[in-house]
Design a protein around this ligand. Structure first.
Ligand code: ATP
Length: 193
C-alpha cells in the first residue's frame, strides 16, 4: 500500500500521469480539481464559492480545502487501505501539514511525492492548447499567468518541504508521456511496500 502525492505546476501533466498510475498500481485517485469542478457543474453552494476563486486563478482558502479533503477521505474509507494518489493536494504548506495529520489518524502517511518539473514557457504553451480543446474557463492566458504566479509563491515551497522529509522525487516532466511514466514507476518501485 502506497500513498503518493503527484506534484507540479498547472499543466505539468499530473492528471495524465495519475490515470496511468491508477491502472498500474490500482490506487484510488483523489483530484481536488475534479472534486471542485464536479461541485461547480452541479451548482452546489461549495461549487459557487470554488468558481469565484478558480476563475480568478486563485487557490481555494486552506481551511475550506482541508475540510473538503477530510470529507473525501471520510466518504472513501477503503481509499487509504488501498493507497491513494493525491492529485492537486496539497498546494500549500498548511495543506501538507494537514495531510500528514489526516493520514496519521488513519495509521498511514505520504510515502512519496512525485514532482513533475516543467519550465514555465512549456506550461503556458500546453495550457493554452488545452484551453482551446477543453473549454476550461481557467485555461485562458490571463488566468494561466495568475495560476503560475500563485504556483511559484504558494505551492513550489512544498518542494523543499518534502525534500526535507526525504520524500521528494524529481521527475523531468518534458518528453514523451511513456518516458515520463517509466521514470515515475522507477521512483515508486523504490518506495513501494
Ligand atoms: P492539472 O494541469 O493537473 O489539471 P491544474 O493546476 O491546472 O492541474 P487542478 O488541479 O484541476 O488544475 O485545479 C484547478 C483549480 O482548482 C486550481 O487553480 C485552484 O483554484 C483549485 N484547487 C484545486 N486543488 C486545490 C487545493 N488543494 N487548494 C486550493 N485550491 C485548489
Amino acid at each position: 500500500m502506497t500513498n503518493i502525492v503527484i506534484f507540479g505546476a498547472p499543466g505539468s501533466g499530473k492528471g495524465t500521469q495519475s490515470e496511468r498510475l491508477i491502472d498500474q498500481y490500482g490506487l484510488h485517485h483523489i483530484s481536488t480539481g475534479d472534486v471542485l469542478r464536479s461541485h461547480m457543474a452541479r451548482g452546489t453552494e461549495l461549487g459557487k464559492i470554488a468558481e469565484s476563486f478558480i476563475s480568478q486563478g486563485q487557490l481555494i482558502p486552506d481551511e475550506l480545502m482541508i475540510n473538503i479533503l477530510a470529507d473525501v477521505l471520510d466518504s472513501n474509507p477503503a481509499a487509504t487501505q488501498k493507497g491513494v494518489i493525491f492529485d492537486g493536494f496539497p498546494r500549500t504548506i498548511p495543506q501538507a501539514k494537514a495531510l500528514n495529520e489526516l493520514l496519521a489518524k488513519r495509521g498511514t502517511e505520504v510515502h512519496a511525492v512525485i514532482g513533475l518539473e516543467v519550465d514555465d514557457e512549456e506550461l503556458v504553451d500546453r495550457l493554452i492548447k488545452r484551453g482551446q480543446m477543453s473549454g476550461r474557463s481557467d485555461d485562458n492566458l490571463e488566468t494561466i499567468n495568475k495560476r503560475l504566479t500563485v504556483y511559484h509563491s504558494q505551492t513550489s515551497p512544498l518542494r523543499d518541504y518534502y525534500m526535507t522529509e526525504g520524500k521528494y522525487k524529481a521527475i523531468e516532466g518534458k518528453g514523451s508521456i511513456d518516458d515520463i511514466f517509466n521514470a515515475i514507476k522507477k521512483s515508486i518501485d523504490q518506495v513501494s511496500r
